[in-house]
Design a protein around this ligand. Structure first.
Ligand SMILES: Nc1ncnc2c1ncn2[C@@H]1O[C@H](COP(=O)(O)OP(=O)(O)O)[C@@H](O)[C@H]1O
Ligand SMILES: [Mg+2]
Ligand SMILES: [Zn+2]
Length: 543
């Protein structure tokens, strides 16, 4: 009869348990020296060896000829325990026996001496599932257990145990098994079974199993029977990880701002009965992988993929900015939430991919804010130059605000009057006079060049003063943001594309406007330092 690998290769001695040496050496030593506790607590995630070690321990304490703290697995006691003929070792699943009565039964039983060995051992698995009453009953038992009884409690969720229980046990924390330790064990099993597993396949299985040895061995099991060698491709197809091509293609359509292509791909996938919710979550994961490859130096350990795929991720992530990737993840996560609410999945995905591949289009509050800012700007300037493309609602809005602008030009008065009224301005009136610029159009232009910057500048306004465009915004991060990366260059480019003129860039500073007339953009302390350094003849290179 075929026995699954993880059962067949359940370790029978401590030295076969991999990756838990901090536990197995201590236990073996306790057995060798006879310094045993009466209660042990094994915690850790599933498939890391808790039950395995509990079984080895229960044999080792009873074995007639233990070897270095390990059970001999040959004496009649070891064999009796293994075959289940000896009833003094009880395995209780607390998930299904969680009542106070179950524990009371144990309390009565333990008063009898074991029938065929030294210690009666109770292995209580998933002990966190016990009811409060059962915990209290267990606590009493743990307080004064007879000398011939040992308890081994095991749990994946140690935080659910009362401290009173914790304080009465010797606790061992099982670790997730490292990829190296897993590979070692899988190689051993492969050699016993007469097949080979490539390095890449071993590391892939280990990453899929995420530290759980049972899952790793189950996956390995499913890969057998397809020939003598198990490689990464086989692991991929068995684990259902094949065919990420469509994810790369969709991301590439987003990158190329090709919404037609994206829609075509979605329609295709839909036709092949690809579930749109699954697609959405796969796409989120795809952009997450791109994000990791872009930000982490050794991304290999954080991604579950083959070496080829890793290279593909690297190539694709190079084509996106980090801001873009984050933007894609957040839109897809919104779509996921909507899908879960029950909207039409296909429509939701189509809308999302149109948004993703048309950066100037976001149907959320940002878009509304942007349009309001546009209108406000037009009102301020009193210039309602209607273009043919103007939509009807905007055209309606034109007539009314025109009067408003005339009646109460509040913002623009504050902005422009102080410099004009200051006497020393009169020397160079053409420099200090503030002119309006079509900021809304500049912002629209910016959506093509630098989406994140558009977000930061959202709600801002700007005036022209001499050679400068001064930006007015109450966003405190703007000053820092505009100095990073290509941001300043992009704003300048947007301004130039709209006005046809190259301006220098500054931040509007209301107090500076009032005191010193030909408004210089305020220098920050770093610029001051650099200036001083240059004055002293030190060569400072700044981008
Ligand atoms: N540390 C380990 N070393 C070797 N094999 C292990 C280890 N942990 C788990 N296994 C394998 O996984 C199977 C299940 O392990 P088990 O001890 O039942 O895990 P759990 O921690 O969930 O109780 C074992 O039969 C064994 O084949
Ligand atoms: Mg277990
Ligand atoms: Zn033995």
């Amino acid at each position: 009869m075929y026995q699954v690998l993880y059962r067949k290769y359940r370790p029978k001695v401590f030295s076969d348990v991999v990756g838990q040496e901090h536990i197995t050496t201590t236990l073996a030593k306790e057995i060798e020296t006879g310094k045993l506790s009466h209660a042990y607590l094994f915690t850790g995630s599933r498939g890391t060896g808790k039950t395995t070690c509990a079984k080895i321990l229960s044999k080792a304490v009873n074995c007639l000829h233990p070897v270095d703290g390990n059970p001999c697995n040959e004496c009649e006691v070891c064999q009796g325990i293994e075959s289940g003929a000896i009833l003094d070792i009880a395995e209780i699943d607390a998930a299904s026996n969680n009542g106070v009565d179950n524990i009371r039964d144990i309390r009565e039983e333990i008063n009898f001496t074991p029938a065929s060995c030294k210690y009666r051992v109770y292995i209580i698995d998933e002990v966190h599932m016990l009811s409060i009453g059962a915990f209290n009953a267990l606590l009493k038992t743990l307080e004064e257990p007879p000398a011939h009884v040992k308890f081994i409690l095991a749990t994946t969720e140690v935080h659910k145990l009362p401290v009173t229980i914790l304080s009465r046990c010797q606790r061992f924390d099982f670790r997730r098994v490292t990829p190296e330790a897993m590979a070692e064990r899988m190689n051993y099993i492969a050699s016993q079974e007469g097949f080979t597993v490539t390095e890449e396949a071993l590391s892939l299985i280990a990453r899929i199993a995420d530290g759980g040895m049972r899952d790793a061995l189950s996956l390995l099991d499913q890969c057998t029977g397809h020939g003598d060698t198990i490689d990464a491709d086989l692991v991929c197809s068995v684990a259902g990880m094949t065919g990420k091509d469509h994810l790369f293609s969709l991301a590439s359509a987003v990158n190329g701002k090709d919404s037609a292509k994206a829609l075509e791909l979605i329609s295709d996938l839909h036709g092949k009965s690809c579930d749109m919710e699954r697609l959405c979550s796969d796409m989120i994961n795809h952009f997450r992988n791109l994000m990791i490859v872009k930000t982490v130096r050794s991304a290999e350990s954080l991604l579950v993929c083959t070496a080829d795929e890793l290279q593909q991720y690297k190539d694709q992530s190079g084509k996106f900015t980090l801001e873009n990737i984050l933007y894609c993840i957040s839109l897809l996560q919104e779509a996921m939430a909507n899908i879960k609410k029950g909207v039409n999945r296909r429509t939701e995905m189509e809308m999302t991919f149109i948004k993703l591949s048309t950066p100037s289009l976001t149907a959320d509050s940002e878009n509304l804010l942007r349009r309001i800012a546009e209108l406000e700007n037009k009102m301020r300037g009193g210039t309602f130059v209607s273009s043919a493309a103007d939509l009807a609602p905007q055209a309606e809005a034109k007539a009314e605000p025109k009067q408003e602008a005339a009646e109460a030009p509040t913002a623009s008065v504050q902005l422009s009057s102080p410099p004009q009224e200051t006497p020393d301005v009169s020397d160079e009136p053409e420099h200090s006079a503030e002119e309006e610029l079509p900021w809304a159009e500049v912002m629209q232009e910016l959506t093509k060049l630098n989406m994140p910057l558009w977000g930061v500048l959202n709600g801002s306004s700007a005036v022209i003063q001499g050679d400068f465009v001064l930006i007015k915004s109450d966003n405190p991060t703007l000053s820092a943001f505009i100095k990073t990366g290509t941001n300043a260059r992009d704003v300048k480019a947007a301004i130039k594309n709209i006005t046809g003129r190259a301006y220098r860039l500054g931040l509007y500073n209301a107090s500076a406007q009032q005191s010193s007339a030909p408004a210089q953009p305020k220098k920050d302390s770093l610029e001051n330092l650099i200036g001083k350094a240059r004055d002293m003849g030190i060569n400072v290179d700044v981008k």
